[in-house]
Design a protein around this ligand. Structure first.
Ligand code: ZN
Length: 500
């Protein structure tokens, strides 16, 4: 009998974020006494080991265990890297472009699992270890941002100021490594599924109102109503009239706070004062809100503290993270109580600025939706009503409805994610069967044969009709080349933030 559970030696906040996002059963281990291969399906070692700890790990590996190591804790070479692109034929092919904007650590041991990503695997006795070149914790906790180009099937690419590090890709690399370490032991990999009722995906429509006219807000609301889209609107709050007569009257939509002044400040007090004004305006209009999204998607630690201090259930800022699953940011040495919900950060406005025709804009969003349908990432798109194009949104919503993608508001997704965080998976594997203690939620099971999303107390792996994903690799060669337009765009965004 084998537990399907990961042992983590020295759990760091960055690792905790990834393990919670992926919903992987784990517990902390001390390595002070021997561990058995039945106890842990694999182990993660985030720190350098002492002699005794090395001995404990070696015995576990020799007898058939598997482990995830970091090259930074072994003998290594340091190598500066802006970004890496995974090998098209490797286990990590679906990962694609990874921005690290710093250094990686190379420890050449065993065989290359991915030459471009510099990931190695090494047999040790009956067991196996995978060695990653990244300082995972440092990358996940990084809060820097910069302008990045995003993939599109054309020459001129859209860009936006977003998180410096591809945290979503680091998470994927960790998950794929952990799956591989299970599969090599002929064990299934098990994780909590991301969505309620085993839904394959979700769609959320976010609106940042940015002082739009009442007329344009109403027009966009009308398009939402016609397509049964319950949008999540984050409103500017200076106009009593618009709050009371437009936003407070919207039916079947969620209203949250965007700003009083359309700015994010570096210090606590100025952010606090702006929130206070915005919240009192919402109260006056009898609007209840649980969510906040910052102007420009900006985020800093002081803003993070203000968001949590005002008791917001969630917030969403793409300079902290984008294209990823929700998580609790690590602020000032502790986990925030406000959930962060990353979105797809490229707006219609950014597409327009990069000279996309109206048809190209629609095609682009359809491609993003299809790709996220395959990767099972949440599909969260946003719009500013002043940028009009209501007809295009009608087309996008029609596409969402045709593809029967499950629709939620941001608040509903935040509530679901918190509920999911509290579910516990306890399972073991015996005679090719997985047994679960309880079935609180759907789980994803993967083996060498494929994957399956299920919710039942026990399952025989022979009876599963496995599904395989086919994620096409893209050409990323132009993505990180410099283009002169970036200077112009950065100038424009500094001006908007009143830095100039
Ligand atoms: Zn805005």
């Amino acid at each position: 009998m084998n537990n399907i559970k990961i042992g983590v030696f020295q759990l760091e906040p960055g690792w905790e974020i990834i393990l919670q996002q992926e919903g992987i059963p784990f517990e902390q281990i001390s390595l002070e006494k021997p561990i058995s291969v039945e106890q842990y399906s694999t182990i993660i070692l985030t720190e350098k080991l002492t002699k005794i700890q090395t001995q404990v790990v070696n015995e576990y590996l020799q007898s058939g265990g598997s482990a995830l190591f970091l090259a930074k804790n072994l003998k290594h070479k340091v190598c500066p890297k802006r970004y890496l692109i995974s090998n098209k034929n490797s286990l990590f092919a679906s990962v694609g472009l990874v921005d690290v904007n710093g250094k990686i650590f190379i420890s050449k041991r065993g065989e290359l699992l991915d030459e471009n990503l510099q990931i190695y695997s090494e047999k040790i006795g009956k067991g196996l270890r995978v060695i990653l070149p990244f300082d995972v914790n440092r990358l996940i906790l990084n809060i820097d941002s910069k302008r990045k180009k995003f993939y599109a099937d054309r020459q001129e690419l859209p860009s936006e100021i977003v998180a410096n590090i591809s945290k979503n890709k680091i998470r994927q690399i960790v998950r794929i490594s952990l799956e591989f370490l299970h599969h090599c032991r002929d064990l299934p990999f098990v994780q909590k599924w991301y969505y309620p009722n085993g839904e394959k995906n979700i769609f959320i429509f976010r609106v940042d109102t940015d002082f739009c006219s009442a007329e344009n807000a109403k027009k966009l609301h009308q398009i939402c109503q016609e397509n049964e889209i319950r949008g999540s609107w984050f409103v500017d709050t200076t106009s009593d009239d618009k709050l009371a007569n437009v936003y407070a009257k919207m039916k079947n939509q969620e209203i949250g706070l965007h700003c009083f002044r359309h700015l994010v400040f570096k210090d606590y007090q100025q952010n606090f004062d702006d929130f206070k004004k915005g919240i009192s305006q919402l109260k006056k209009a009898e609007i209840k809100s649980t969510g906040y999204v910052a102007p420009f998607g900006d985020w800093n630690e002081n803003l993070g503290k203000v968001i949590a201090d005002f008791g917001f259930q969630y917030s969403s800022e793409f300079t902290l993270n984008y294209d990823d699953f929700p998580f609790f940011p690590f602020v000032d040495g502790t986990f925030s109580k406000t959930l962060q919900i990353p979105i797809y950060p490229i707006s219609m406005g950014r597409l327009h600025r990069s000279h996309f025709s109206e048809t190209e804009k629609l095609t682009h969003y359809k491609q993003v939706i299809l790709e996220k349908t395959i990767t099972n990432e949440p599909i969260i798109l946003y719009h500013h009503p002043e940028q009009l194009r209501f007809e295009l949104w009608h087309e996008i919503f029609t596409f969402i409805n045709e593809n029967k993608i499950h629709k939620m508001t941001m608040n509903e997704f935040a509530n679901w994610w918190k509920k999911r965080d509290n579910f516990e998976i306890n399972c073991h594997f015996e005679n090719n069967k997985i047994f679960f203690d309880k079935t609180e939620c759907y789980v994803r099971i993967s083996t060498k044969n494929g994957e399956k999303i299920i919710s039942q107390k026990s399952i025989n792996l022979d009876e599963i009709n496995w599904q395989k994903k086919n994620i096409k690799s893209k050409d990323f060669s132009e993505m990180r080349k410099f283009s002169w337009r970036e200077i112009l765009y950065n100038y424009e965004s500094k001006r908007a933030r009143k830095y100039l």
